[in-house]
Ligand binder design. Structure first.
Ligand SMILES: Cc1cc2nc3c(=O)[nH]c(=O)nc-3n(C[C@H](O)[C@H](O)[C@H](O)COP(=O)(O)OP(=O)(O)OC[C@H]3O[C@@H](n4cnc5c(N)ncnc54)[C@H](O)[C@@H]3O)c2cc1C
Length: 384
């Protein structure tokens, strides 16, 4: 039997759950389908840097106050290893309480899942979606529930599965040959709410303020990542000190380390009827500059707004979908383009490029309107 629904959201991760909560306040009640046990997903601990704009959205969704691990970023310090030129971006200069915040992915997942269970208890289904088949009048969602196959015909299917389903358009992929070693460390000197982004020839290294610790996202070649994650704590901390430099003194302890493959993946501008992709399903970015979820959250927020504005009674109408795609185009391409450019431009040891990068950073450090431009785009996206 084929059931019918107005909106089905495939994936209840941060992007899918945020969309469902945004829709809850606007009218159409979505059905959110995810195979993951929220308790297990919530145990997945890794840092996420959220922009000030993302904080405002999470506030509107009623989950911000649940994120008690959120640590404000007062300053972002950008430098390159083995080269001159550095720049500091500050919340004070931008006239904001903080440039952004560092939260825990697991805690964010749990807060969104709890809010969803409280506000839309009928909206959640624990099941794995096997396929989404776009169609003119309805898109068909095929899933397995309790061992049996089911199908739902929906006016709109929002794919927010982090990129698991792969038959909804041509996927462009760039393999940077980088993986990220992620963990938390303590240091001799306090972080002072400064987020560091240090570009090295092997990839960017980010140290983010996270409570009284610093959260590390260290991108490097897969071989080096394996080597680093296998090192005993003392050896790992010494390598980190060598790569990062003296700004935090010596590193004194490290928590559990995990390794994450990194690539750029995005679905080309296709327009399947009654179907839309958001979050990592639409674009999976390199974590340099911490843009991925910030972009995905804006996808969710703007899609909810577009549905409410254009056609709440027929949420998957062609007009709504084309308005939404046009609205998100610049921000999406901006996020993809800037992160890709940063990885390519900075992850090498070419002397001429090192000098050009140094000059660029030094110039940015001297020109306040240029810093303001960068900060606004970082916080609000390409349309900021
Ligand atoms: C090392 C690292 C550091 C990062 N740092 C930052 C940062 O500082 N700032 C930032 O903004 N972003 C960062 N990101 C990116 C950020 O983690 C992602 O953009 C974000 O998690 C995407 O959320 P999502 O909901 O789209 O996907 P996901 O978090 O992947 O959630 C997808 C959901 O879909 C469900 N699902 C999967 N398959 C199916 C199926 N077949 N049927 C139904 N449901 C399914 C899953 O169970 C899951 O719940 C980082 C990423 C990495 C790897």
């Amino acid at each position: 039997m084929v059931e019918a629904a107005d909106i089905v959201v495939v994936g209840g991760g941060p992007a899918g759950a945020a969309l469902a909560l945004a829709l809850a306040d606007l009218g159409p009640v979505p059905l959110v389908i995810d195979p993951r046990d929220a308790d297990i997903a919530s145990a997945q601990s890794r840092p996420l840097a959220l922009s000030h704009a993302s904080r405002l959205i999470l506030d509107r969704l009623g989950v911000w106050t649940d994120l008690d691990s959120a640590t404000p970023i007062a300053r972002i310090h950008v430098s390159q290893q083995g080269g001159f030129g550095r720049v500091a971006l500050t919340a004070a200069e931008a006239g904001l309480p903080a440039l952004g915040y560092v939260v825990d992915y697991g805690q964010l997942y749990a807060a969104l899942a709890q809010a969803l269970a409280g506000r839309l208890p009928q909206a959640l289904d624990v099941a794995r979606v096997n396929a989404v088949r776009p169609g003119r009048d309805a898109a068909r969602v095929e899933l397995v529930l309790g061992g049996a196959e089911h199908a739902i015909a929906a006016k709109l299917v929002v794919v927010a599965d982090g990129g698991a389903l792969r038959d909804l358009g041509r996927v462009r992929k760039t393999d940077y040959r980088q993986e990220a070693v992620v963990g938390t460390v303590t240091s001799e000197l306090p972080h002072g709410n400064v987020a560091y982004e240090r570009f090295t020839a092997n990839g960017p290294l980010a140290l983010l303020p996270f409570g009284d610790r610093s959260a590390l996202v260290w991108s490097c070649s897969p071989e080096r990542a394996r080597e680093l994650s296998d090192l005993p704590d003392g050896g790992f901390l010494a390598q980190l000190h060598r790569c990062f430099g003296d700004r935090l003194g010596a590193f004194t302890s490290v928590g559990a380390r995990s390794v994450h493959p990194l690539a750029l993946k995005f679905v080309e501008d296709v327009a399947p009827p009654r179907t839309v992709l958001i979050g990592n399903a639409a674009q999976t970015l390199h974590p340099v500059a911490g843009q991925g979820f910030n972009l995905g959250l804006r996808d969710a927020w703007e899609l909810a707004g577009e549905i409410a504005r254009t056609s709440p009674e027929d949420p998957g109408s062609a007009t709504m979908l084309s308005n939404y795609r046009a609205r998100r185009r610049l921000d999406r391409l901006g996020g993809i383009g800037v992160t890709d450019l940063l990885v390519r431009l900075f992850s090498n040891d070419i002397a001429a490029l090192r000098a050009a990068r140094g000059a660029g950073l030094a110039l940015l450090g001297c020109v306040a309107p240029a810093r303001d431009f960068v900060v606004r785009r970082m916080i609000f996206g390409a349309r900021g």
